[in-house]
Ligand binder design. Sequence first.
Ligand code: ATP
Ligand code: MG
Length: 459
Amino acid sequence: MPPDRTDANPAALPQPRVIPRAQHNLTRKHISRGALRVLYGLHEHGFRACLVGGAVRDLLLGGRPKDFDVATNATPEEIRKIFRNCRLIGRRFRLAHVIFGPEIVEVATFRGSGAEGEGDRHLVDGRIVRDNVWGTIEEDALRRDFRVNALYYDIADFSIIDYVGGMQDLAQRRLHLIGDPEQRYREDPVRMLRAARLAAKLQFTIDPAAAEPFPRLGHLLGDAAPARLFDETMKLFMGGYGLASFRMLEHCGLLQHLFAGTARALARDEHGALRNLIEAGLAGTDARVAEGKPVTPAFLFAVLLWGEVYALARGMQSEGIDRTLAWQRAAHKVMAEQMARVAIPRRFSYAMEEIWALQPRFAERSRKRVFRLMAHPRFRAAYDFLLLRAAESGELRERGEWWTRAQALEAEQLAAELAQSRTPPPPVSGEPAAPRKRRRRRGGRGRKPPASSTPDAPS
Ligand code: ATP
Ligand code: MG
């Protein structure tokens, strides 16, 4: 192993455990072509080059990582000189992207521990806002979050280098935070979400010392950048382990800091209808991810926040506010609160509001309106949403079945059936009114909604 230059006190640095090639199961066969080219390219130019992080962890566990991270002692400028297909990105955390067609390999220079204010490392209230001090591989290992995420696969001799006891944690399926948990969460509160997500995905237990601060420090997520929380939310719910992640977030008491409205609605959910709706939505998304089908976060966010929108809208209606207006205001309020925490891009937030607003239109049976709804760009998501609701509500079951059947029919057949029966199905309590009902304002304004048979069940 080539020696590393270090100015730090050697006594403070961990003694690595080196696991030679013959004693571990990580083979190059499962490393992407792009990552191998980067590793060899750096090595041939005399730099240290290791695969690191989630890819090493997942490969040792027998999984197939989606992305491969490389750590090196080459600086971003040096990396760029070696690879023409390279882009330097990030200011807060500068790194290189080396691009091979659809594959992007992230290459990061070893980070040092860098004392407060030294070089390009900055903390605000204990939070790391900039981290661009280069260091040695030992220092780089210590600034990573969990021990299992700090294993290095060295392309020089195909060994695994373990500075912090990551191999033992992998064997025991445990997540230990490196260093003092409180300090590490204060530096970066998103690490709490990473703990919950990785525990759910890997079916690992979170070490008690790493879990203990959650109730005290969970609120620090309010200081995290909303755009970053959106990225993390995507990984939590759209990565194929959404249901497990959701349950883990709740178990850790972190859901309230990410989706406050959802946590509040669940606290009121006496009969479990909302929980069933949410869990079915997450399980459905996980199944689609497993089958390689497309998924949209708009659908899932619409599911997560439905209980809160529903309760707010009902409350406003009981105060005499018109149904349509109540639903618009409720949707607006819930979205505003949510977007202040998690920056959901506009295209998704619009889609969520559409999914909600389309719900009452499934009650309509005139030929024109049925075909118009089917042609709506959000029809599929809104119909899937209706089916989730129908599973929780006797009132809606017939409606869900009707639309399932309608889609299976040929267009002419459906048109003929619609021409025969013109009686609309009875209204379902509590849902948003279809926008066009506004025309009948005179009698409808300020009227109280019919009492729901299941007032606690926002399905
Ligand atoms: P996955 O890719 O499965 O979501 P991962 O552990 O690879 O999990 P990445 O976000 O790809 O997650 O990060 C790669 C590595 O960078 C991590 O394994 C860890 O070593 C380090 N890392 C990522 N985020 C942080 C953080 N907030 N604090 C410290 N180290 C981090
Ligand atoms: Mg990764």
